[in-house]
Write a protein that binds this ligand. Structure first.
Ligand SMILES: Cc1cc2nc3c(=O)[nH]c(=O)nc-3n(C[C@H](O)[C@H](O)[C@H](O)COP(=O)(O)O)c2cc1C
Length: 159
């Protein structure tokens, strides 16, 4: 079984969360590829993957209804029904607020594309609000939340 993790990051926290989700998937025997959203359209043929996880920093775009532009562009590039039969999940990193709302919006975007969305998406707290200062890293409990989410995606995909 193969998983694709598409994410955007500026200061590294969302990339770290993607690696944490990947570790969980891999511990269940899933082969993982992680890809920056800006390159995903060209680099990844999504049809070869059974699992898709999408991660974005929380930026407050359209009052938390949209992820980072690179992630939005990737989702916009997928045609309707493209995620049919795939197990999907989202994760986001925020410095303190808005992440829950964004995660809900991203879950719905994947559902609209036909994905079977696994809920309880991890919302990681890291970084600094409204700033490109790297700020604090995720707590160990947020790291394990991402890892557990990866395991959950693998379990659901395995039926
Ligand atoms: C332009 C901008 C807007 C942001 N808006 C929010 C916000 O509304 N709420 C929040 O909790 N964090 C906000 N942040 C903080 C980021 O979500 C946080 O730093 C995150 O870790 C960045 O992810 P990255 O390290 O993968 O780039 C904002 C950061 C930037 C640069």
């Amino acid at each position: 079984m193969k998983a694709l993790i598409v994410y955007h990051t500026k200061t590294g926290h969302t990339e770290q969360a993607a690696l944490d989700v990947a570790r969980g998937l891999e511990s269940c025997g899933v082969e993982c590829a992680a890809c920056a959203a800006a390159n995903a359209k060209a680099a990844a043929d999504i049809s070869e993957y059974e699992i898709l996880a999408v991660g974005s920093p929380t930026y407050g775009n359209r009052r938390y209804r949209l992820p980072a532009r690179q992630v939005s562009d990737f989702l916009d590039s997928l045609s309707s029904g493209k995620l049919e039969g795939k197990t999907c999940g989202v994760f986001t990193v925020n410095a303190g607020w808005g992440g829950e709302k964004l995660a809900g919006a991203m879950e719905r975007a994947l559902e609209v594309l036909g994905g079977h969305v696994v809920g309880k998406s991890p919302v990681v707290k890291a970084g600094a609000p409204l700033s490109l200062w790297k700020g604090p890293d995720a707590s160990p409990s947020d790291v394990s939340k991402c890892e557990e989410f990866g395991k959950k995606l693998a379990r659901v995909a395995n039926g």
